[in-house]
Design a protein around this ligand. Structure first.
Ligand code: ASP
Length: 297
């Protein structure tokens, strides 16, 4: 590090999915806005936990993404969401699953960080959000725009950050998979599956086929691989297990920051909107698929 300057880094994603041409701009702008929100926290010396929270709150408010507002309905036509955040400094985790009616599930997850419990589900999660006086919204406000069309849309959102103090954090938020059973819990709130953070190694957040990601424990696979692989192949090799275990439709995407600030992202979904920024960049960069990054540098 030059002159003892303290570095920071942030990467966000808008879900492993297919982005139709008319949605490209909204996806690109959304991840860029989330990256800007995280940047202002980190550049001011804020924590990686706060940066992940701010970035994810932006994505939860945008109807383009299946998280918070814009969440997809389950089999009963209702929105149940999952979210988690993990602190790489002490490996505390806060998670909520199958939670209804909260505007920002990531805030409920964050409030759970200091508590003993790692994961609250359903009614208990909503009760906790009420106790914490978090903002509640109606079902209509949550799933305004995504009527169930029989398609399984994957698009959890996620963020990973490294702050000036060298602390890593990872977070996820999702409306889950369209048409899932009531009470279904995906990978997103499960440490070792949808996310993980450990200051000694790195931090990771996933999106994709939640059941298969959980069966493969993709986040923990990536963490193990980071010990001797670069982040892109570490993610890519772990994701390659998904279709083997879950069949040809099982795909996903992941983002990583290593303890020394290297970025990684990879996906085997068709698209995966990503934006990243660090203390050496003037502004965030965004891509909709890895092929774009390879062609345009
Ligand atoms: N992984 C999420 C879930 O299964 C869905 C997604 O990434 O879109 O809940």
């Amino acid at each position: 590090l030059e002159n003892g300057e303290r570095h920071w880094a942030l990467i966000v994603h808008g879900g492993a999915k297919e982005i139709e041409p008319d949605k490209e701009q909204a996806n690109r702008e959304g991840v860029l806005r989330a990256a800007e929100a995280g940047r202002s926290v980190l550049a001011a010396g804020g924590s990686s936990i706060d940066a992940v929270g701010s970035a994810i709150r932006v994505l939860e408010d945008l109807p383009t993404f299946n998280a918070g507002r814009g969440s997809v309905p389950n089999a009963a036509g209702e929105v149940e969401m999952c979210s988690a955040i993990m602190d790489g400094a002490d490996r505390r985790v806060g998670g909520v699953s199958a939670i209804r009616d909260v505007r920002h599930p990531i805030d409920a997850a964050t409030r759970l960080l200091p508590e003993k419990e790692v994961l609250l589900a359903g009614e208990g999660a909503l009760l906790f959000a009420r106790e914490q006086e978090l903002e509640l919204v109606t079902q209509e406000q949550l799933h305004t725009l995504q009527p169930y069309d029989g398609e399984q849309a994957h698009d959890t959102v996620g963020a990973v950050a490294l702050d000036m103090d060298g602390n890593l954090a990872a977070g996820t938020s999702t409306g889950g998979l369209t048409g899932s059973r009531v009470g279904r819990v995906g990978d997103s709130p499960l440490p070792g599956c949808g996310l993980y953070a450990d200051n000694r190694v790195g931090a990771v957040a996933l999106s994709g086929d939640g059941e298969t990601i959980s069966r493969v424990a993709v986040a923990s696979q990536i963490m193990a691989r980071l010990k001797d692989q670069e982040p892109d192949p570490a993610i890519g090799d772990a994701l390659a297990e998904l279709p083997i275990v879950g069949g040809p439709e099982a795909d996903g995407g992941g983002i990583v920051i290593t303890r020394d600030g290297r970025f990684g992202w990879a996906h085997n979904s068709r698209e995966f909107a990503v934006a990243l920024i660090n203390s050496q960049m003037n502004e965030p960069r965004a891509w909709l698929r890895k092929a774009e990054a390879k062609t345009h540098g």
